[in-house]
Design a protein around this ligand. Structure first.
Ligand code: CA
Length: 651
């Protein structure tokens, strides 16, 4: 029996291998195989005709090499055949595709011999990544591959598949654009896909029988098969590339949801079946520690684990041209690993978009000071953290469905909302002791903060507002919904939208839909028709953000110098000016007012003179909705107003 307690082993004594040739490489004339398995007594390599079952057509033993590696070279054309490894570590471990497999057969149980160049769609060599001048220019749209197209009314043919993202001209109910045309219409800059690397819960033979978000990783370097037209072949690779290329052609970047913090299996994982214990942290009693709440946590601080993660991220960036990464439970990783990822990506393509969840789901044996959590955001190199203080302040706490937030009339939540306005940076007008858990400006610069109110986790914004305001009519809920969007898309930092927020997506009150059916999770495109006014407002907000540099300031110094909150406290009101921002050439002053109260309020303007209203209630128009001369303005209930003034119009 394998003893699964490894706390007695000094893993730092394991040899490091720095080469880039691990895994199985196929040319059509020969194969070369190399795996890192220090401590193994033997490593066998099996070749099969089938991706599951059947007898091996040959079995070879790998030869031990230096640095903990084992190698094998064989002549012949193996393309289209499948393989597994089996490691002897005291006893024989299970057969696995190894930890490096880039192509796998159905359900990811065996590796697939393939020639990478043959998976490139036509025109792939011309595909161009999306490069941002600054991370704060990103407006991210987070969507699950299946949810995007699976609804009967999506208008897309390749339902639930990567290829749905390549379909042009699709329409949903009412003839409104759906699919990629909808994304272009909304104007977002990046599509953040929930995990697209191979995961294990969904049976790829019957992808419609079970739903899952995909936070149960199996093969980190192969795309998920259930999203492809044929999971037993390289279709999953080619079709994901087609998705990337289609989004790039639409001017949209692709963000890869990186789930290296844990594996779906623990003892049975390919990691543990190859180098037992090495890839995971353990508790003092020798049990697997579980800061992810998923059964285990990856020991990113170990040299070969760190190399594994960095190599894998770089593989997705180079082979698949993805433009950014979102790190799931990033707080599990050590800071050096995250900065190592940034450094490696900078070598490939500077300025990629990186952000993550700056927390864990539970305690980790690794001390917090070493981990990539929000409070250490300033020690991370251009890697943003989600601002959950702002999220919870705007709509009410995530874990209490009944708690209201700023937009729904909760008072004394103004300070954490202001904290979000300045992207969690230091600002002299914020009382940080009122900001909640964070309690201090953890972001040094605005590009270190993701500003959002909802994501795939927890209730959708619409459900949250309805459940916390059960007696409120729909028209008012929609006003709150718009005000929340206005706060996200005018605040500093990286903007992040949960798919469907733009048309009041509901999951029928399901707060954790990770394995709920399509009926709950799908994007119901009827929402775009029903909530067309909400969609038009969110679209206008996106356009506003893209056209007004003052909403995307590059540095916290600029925010401190140009952004000034009204010194007068009014309950349920946030009012601030952006003045003399060097990047803003049109206007000397912008005055933004967010009135969350149920009655109109009067706000003093910073000075008299001629003011132009560019946003009021549901309307936004950069050319101006109306002009007036006064030193006060009335702001309607539950709405945002933006007023602007040119130098020559001020007195
Ligand atoms: Ca899978």
């Amino acid at each position: 029996m394998q003893n699964w307690k490894y706390n007695h082993i000094d893993f730092s004594s394991y040899p490091f291998y720095g080469g880039d040739d691990l895994g199985v490489h196929t040319t059509g004339k020969e194969i070369s195989v190399k795996i890192w398995a220090p401590g193994a007594q033997c490593v066998d390599f099996f070749v099969y005709r089938e991706s599951e079952g059947g007898m091996p057509v040959r079995i070879d033993s790998l030869k031990q090499e230096k640095d903990g590696c084992w190698i094998l070279h064989l002549g012949g054309n193996f393309k289209g055949l499948y393989y597994t490894f089996r490691v002897k570590n005291g006893e024989w471990m299970n057969e696995t595709p190894g930890v490096d497999a880039r192509a796998v057969g159905i359900n990811g149980k065996r590796g697939l011999f393939f020639i990478p160049e043959e998976t490139n769609p036509d025109g792939w060599e011309l595909d161009q990544p999306i490069i941002l001048e600054n991370q704060v220019d990103a407006i991210v749209y987070e969507v699950h591959v299946r949810d995007f197209s699976i609804a009967a009314n999506s208008g897309m043919i390749n339902k639930g598949k990567f290829l749905a993202f390549t379909e042009q001209g699709t329409k949903g109910p009412g003839g409104f654009a759906s699919g990629i045309d909808h994304l272009k219409e909304l104007g977002i800059t990046h599509v953040h896909l929930l995990p697209v690397a191979d995961f294990y819960t969904v049976d790829e033979r019957q992808p419609d029988s079970k739903y899952n978000w995909g936070y149960d990783p199996l093969n980190f370097n192969a795309p998920e098969g259930s999203y492809s037209s044929n999971p037993d072949t390289t279709a999953r690779i080619r079709e994901f590339k087609e998705l990337v290329m289609a989004l790039h052609q639409a001017g949209l970047g692709v963000v890869f949801d990186a789930v290296y913090n844990h594996t779906g299996y623990t003892r049975r994982s390919w990691f543990n079946q190859t180098v037992p214990g090495y890839y995971y942290r353990q508790n003092p009693d020798g049990s697997f520690s579980d800061a992810t709440g998923c059964g285990n946590e990856i020991a990113s601080e170990r040299a070969m684990v760190r190399k594994y993660i960095i190599d894998s991220v770089c593989y997705w960036a180079t082979e698949f041209h993805v433009d950014g990464f979102r790190f799931d439970l990033m707080g599990v990783f050590d800071i050096d690993t995250m900065n190592g990822i940034r450094a490696a990506l900078d070598q490939l393509r500077p300025g990629m978009l990186l952000y993550g969840e700056g927390w864990t789901a539970a305690e980790s044996p690794m001390p917090e000071k070493y981990r990539a959590v929000k409070v250490n955001a300033n020690r991370l190199d251009r890697i943003a953290c989600f601002n959950d203080d702002f999220r919870d302040a705007v709509k009410g706490h995530n874990f209490d469905s009944r708690e209201r937030g700023f937009v729904s009339g909760r008072t004394l939540s103004e300070e954490p909302v202001k904290f979000g306005v300045v992207a969690a940076c230091n600002h002299p007008q914020i009382v940080y002791s009122y900001v909640g858990n964070g309690g201090f400006p953890w972001a040094g610069e605005p590009h270190q903060t993701v500003t959002y109110v909802s994501a795939h986790d927890n209730l959708t914004l619409f459900d949250k507002l309805r459940m916390s305001n059960p007696d409120t009519d729909l028209a008012t809920i929609k006003q709150m919904h718009k005000l929340a969007g206005a706060l996200v898309l005018t605040s500093q930092g990286i903007s992040f939208l949960h798919a469907g927020i733009e048309f009041c997506r509901t999951k029928d009150g399901d707060h954790n839909s990770y394995k709920s059916p399509d009926s709950i999770n799908q994007l119901d495109w009827a929402g775009k028709q029903e909530f067309q006014d909400v969609f038009q407002y969110y679209k206008a907000l996106v356009s506003l953000r893209k056209n007004v540099p003052g909403l995307r300031m590059r540095s916290s110094n600029h925010i401190r110098q140009s952004l000034r909150f009204s010194p007068l406290y009014q309950i349920g009101v946030i009012s601030y000016t952006i003045e003399d921002y060097p990047g803003e050439t049109r206007w000397k002053t912008m005055h933004l007012v967010f009135n969350a109260s149920v009655r109109a309020i009067t706000v003093d303007l910073v000075r008299p003179g001629r003011w132009t209203v560019i946003a009021c209630e549901s309307e936004i128009d950069l050319n101006g909705l109306r002009q007036f001369e006064d030193n006060q303005v009335s702001v309607p209930p539950i709405s945002m107003m933006i007023l602007v003034q040119r130098s020559e119009d001020s007195q």
